[in-house]
Design a protein around this ligand. Structure first.
Ligand SMILES: Cc1cc2nc3c(=O)[nH]c(=O)nc-3n(C[C@H](O)[C@H](O)[C@H](O)COP(=O)(O)OP(=O)(O)OC[C@H]3O[C@@H](n4cnc5c(N)ncnc54)[C@H](O)[C@@H]3O)c2cc1C
Length: 397
């Protein structure tokens, strides 16, 4: 929440490298982290807002329950996730995290404590969820859970690789529209700028060419053999090692290692448990995504999904070509079937459709991205959303 000089954070007071220069006070919910009640009959869990999703899920696991939507980062709190919306590669089945919120307790900007939920004060409930803390501080939530054993639910990856963007987008659209019984799904596209290396002798650069490739992964339930389980163990150890090395590899020299860690995500193991799959990115990518980047997430209705994808891609690669402001451009996408999002779209007279989430991450050269250019890019994104009837995902990620 950012009002009257107040900043609220879900977990740690400050992330590494982040400053809160203009705010007089920071409210941290780090110590309000209790799992208050697990209701086995209703299959719900009551938590304080600072409880980490990974910890709630671990506690639920002992009762054969789990959270259907968790972020791919272990430190995200229930209050923080509810304040942005919360998506995951299970969103094609379960929607957003806020679709799972039954009710919540909050403190409003005037300091009043209140409660709201699906069945009472619904307007306020809708206003606080996904509001980024602007409508009040969430202090406790009741969440729906599902019956699942995440450590013994095995998934097998059906992966398709693409060297051209058109085929990648076409495949993603078809998988999002018809996911079958996939438990998880995700598409990733990576497009580097032409790689340049300094000539050993003389001036100038040698251009090595552009790397552009994509992968779509659908993960289906399976019963793994003993040898596949063993392969999974080796793969898990290798990715953890790569992630640990990448987190210490800084600067230009560390770039190849960080890129290798990011690449490991594209080549996810053939079999893994649901829990491993949910935190796959946390093992390797958070450490490898260091450095300045511009990120944007858009919920595109399925009728305009491919058009939104192309227009965002052209926007970022066009600016990269003209100004050199971006280096590596990557995109991630999956389906989102959310009651909350459909209601939100309905309230804005937008179509009542399922959505595909498209997020772009553009590594940037700050010196080549003056604030006027950034403003131009943001306003072009708003134009794309307005004309394609898409919604922005205001995640703080
Ligand atoms: C490495 C990484 C991975 C991520 N992965 C995902 C992902 O897979 N899916 C996804 O949807 N998002 C993802 N995110 C974004 C993340 O969900 C949001 O940043 C979320 O708000 C983080 O929650 P937090 O508990 O860390 O909150 P903080 O980072 O502390 O706060 C983030 C925002 O939430 C507000 N806030 C926090 N707690 C409360 C509260 N109790 N009441 C009201 N407002 C509050 C803060 O004011 C701030 O605006 C990721 C972020 C990171 C850094």
């Amino acid at each position: 929440m950012r009002a009257e000089g107040l900043t609220v954070v879900g977990g740690e007071v400050l992330d590494e490298g982040l400053q809160v220069p203009d705010h007089r006070a920071v409210v941290s919910l780090r110590r309000m982290n209790a799992v208050l009640d697990i209701n086995l009959g209703r299959k719900t869990v009551r938590v304080q807002a600072g409880a980490k999703l990974s910890e709630i899920d671990r506690r639920l696991g002992a009762h054969g329950l789990g959270l259907p939507i968790v972020g791919d980062h272990r430190d995200i709190t229930a209050g923080g996730f509810a304040s942005v919306g919360g998506v995951s590669s299970a969103s094609h089945r379960h929607g957003l995290f806020i679709d799972q919120v039954v009710d919540l307790e909050y403190v409003d900007p005037d300091g009043r404590i209140g409660t709201c939920g699906r069945d009472h004060h619904t307007e306020r409930f809708h206003r606080i969820l996904g509001a980024g803390g602007r409508a009040g501080i969430i202090t406790a939530l009741t969440l729906d859970t599902v019956e699942i054993d995440k450590d013994h639910t095995w998934l097998t990856t059906d992966a398709h690789r693409f060297l051209d963007f058109d085929s990648f987008v076409e495949h993603a659209q078809s998988e999002i529209s018809r996911p079958g019984n996939a438990a998880l799904q995700v598409g990733r596209w990576v497009d580097t700028q032409p790689l340049k290396v300094a000539r050993p002798v003389g001036t100038g650069h040698v251009q090595l060419g552009t790397v552009r490739f994509g992968q779509w992964s659908s993960l289906y339930p399976t019963a793994p053999t003993r040898s596949l389980k063993a392969r999974r163990d080796v793969g898990t150890r290798a990715r953890k090692g790569l992630g640990a090395i990448a987190s210490h590899a800084s600067g230009r020299a560390g770039m190849p290692v960080r890129n290798a860690a990011a690449g490991a995500l594209m080549f996810a193991p053939k079999v893994l448990t649901l829990r491993d799959a949910e935190y796959l990115a946390d093992t390797v990518i958070s450490s490898s995504e260091r450095g300045p980047a511009y990120r944007v997430g858009i919920f595109a209705p399925m009728s305009t999904y491919s058009s939104v994808f192309y227009r965002l891609h052209d926007l970022f690669s066009g600016h990269r070509e003209r100004t050199g402001c971006f280096t590596v451009i990557s995109a991630m996408t999956y389906g989102v079937r959310s009651d909350y999002l459909r209601a939100e779209a309905g309230a804005r007279n937008l179509p009542h459709e399922d959505h595909g989430l498209i997020t772009f991450t553009c590594r940037l050269r700050p010196s080549a991205l003056p604030s006027e250019l950034l403003r131009d890019i943001m306003s072009s994104i708003d134009d794309i959303c307005a004309s394609e009837r898409a919604l922005r995902y205001e995640s703080a990620q």
